[in-house]
Design a protein around this ligand. Sequence first.
Ligand code: R5P
Length: 278
Amino acid sequence: MDWGMRNRIGRMFRPHSGRTVMLAVDHGYFMGPTHHLENAGATLGPLLPHCDAIALTRGILRTSVPPTAGVPIILRVSGGVTVLHEDLSDEAITTPIKEALRLNASAVAMSVFVGAPKEHQTLTALGQLVTEGEDTGMPVMAITAVGKELDKRDQRYLSLACRVSAELGAHLVKTYYCDGFSRVVDGCPVPVVVAGGPKLDSIEAALRLAHDAVEAGAAGVDMGRNIWQSDRPVGMLKALAAIIHESATVPEALDVLQETEAARSPTTSAGTQPQANV
Ligand code: R5P
């Protein structure tokens, strides 16, 4: 692997753990102004120091993230349909690699839709993007099982989707957690990170998902709604970092969250014990 490619990948993973806490904020490219991302800059500002990378489009990057933020960028480069379209798989590359280089991105990301009507279109686009990524030293992350593929998120489907992505050359794969997740990881020769999906019933459930995913071999998370739709997003990121980088248990991570929140607002948290949403 070329030096530039290794350097870009290395920016996104902490050396001592070899894992990553990626913050996903790319939802607007097909969902519009998602709850809590209506003003992306306001939501993101306090979170940027606490994640290892952020995943987003060039539009939100340019409008909502200061160039001095210093956080590694995973640039979403696929799109072209919205939730109003009947076939979410009808995506194409919307942002060229030269734009990722101009923006000093650490990786590009695109969705593949295995088993969907536009499977061929998205998989061949992945192959082409990987070729361009190899030419320029730009890592490619394939994103599997989004949109209407959600109901197919079992281990056999996710194993297939992740393996196919890696076979086509993806350097990283993002997918969803499932029962038997270690088989998904074992069958995929490149690092796998997990998305969180829609906001879960509790913070504990989201931390449990991250914990079980890394226990099963995931290289970390690329999580969105369970962080920035939480009422304690900074605490959530620190709790995730404890799990992912320090192998904390879920109760230990909840302690980190409580300590973070107590330090951030001592007056409100002094009399507030762990309760709502935990
Ligand atoms: C889909 O819009 C994107 O790939 C998201 O980045 C991905 O689903 C992760 O975000 P969340 O944890 O909210 O599912």
